[in-house]
Design a protein. Sequence first.
Length: 364
Amino acid sequence: MIRHAEHSRPNLLDFTQETLQDFISSLGKEKFRAQQIMKCLYQSGYTSFDEMTTLSRDFRTALSQIARISRPHIVKVQESKDKTKKTLLRLEDGRFIESVLIPGKNNWTICVSTQAGCAMDCKFCLTARQGFQRNLNPSEITGQILTLKHELPGCPDIKNIVMMGMGEPLANYDNVVTAIKNITGDFGLGFSNRKVTVSTCGLAPQIIRLGKDICINLAVSLNAHDNETRSGLMPVNKKYPLESLLDACRQYPMPGRRLLTFEYILMDGINSSVQDAKKLAALLKGQRCKLNLIVFNEYPGSPFRSPSPKTVEAFQKILIDAHYTTMLRASKGSDILAACGQLSGTYNDQVSHCSFQKGSKFLT
């Protein structure tokens, strides 16, 4: 749902091409005007109606009185020693979110947030410590890309978009799907579906729904081969245990040679042993998938520790020997708390320390 708590005028970046056509038609204008407006918003990056010179002056004036154009504002930019850039963005209501620009060999990836905070309470994730504030509107999701592309000095050419920032994308389903339509639309940002990835902690019904509604890459945060361990790490598993999650994953359509991705964060003494790897290989037997191994990114007060390189190598080898495409994902930006699980959306980057219950391997 589109939120208008702060402003009564609708934000044009919250519309899809179809709903914008309906809006323009209600004003007595031709539907093709919606395509012109979309191109101004997404391809030219305009934030003022005065810039939309493909529209008549009278129409621009009328639009400015009944609609608005708003996207997040850059507050702070940090650059890692590996060139990763973390951007703190302010929303219209004063809340903060973070986006990350990640360098690759030949291109850059932007990691965008879909919620302010998160309600999933994954024990290894810093965003969870902030609690859930609210869902982001479509304009605030696509707006992260537009703001960085058009306002960040020297912004690199972005080739991939991953919804792996703050929040659980599938818990903000309608707004995320609207944003994806504007990201992949011909009159939107024009990205190929193959270049967009949604990451989920495992909301099984929404995975099935997403597969029917739109075809994009899906990454599932798995992190354990058994329900007891996974429920301890990820409370969502109590509602959607591995059996229902993997069934939903089998139903998710990945066309051609594309594979669903399982992400597995390796934590010392929790899920990174040789036996853990063998049981994971058995669990995923028959599943069309690839695996991304991620060494846990420690942060101030983090409740878990990273396994040794030798442990990681042994874990990966077992999966490769079991004929799974298994990649060790390099953690970029960890020195500025920009790596996987480290985003917090706090202005001063202060992190409250966590506590352990002695004798338990899970955070309390």
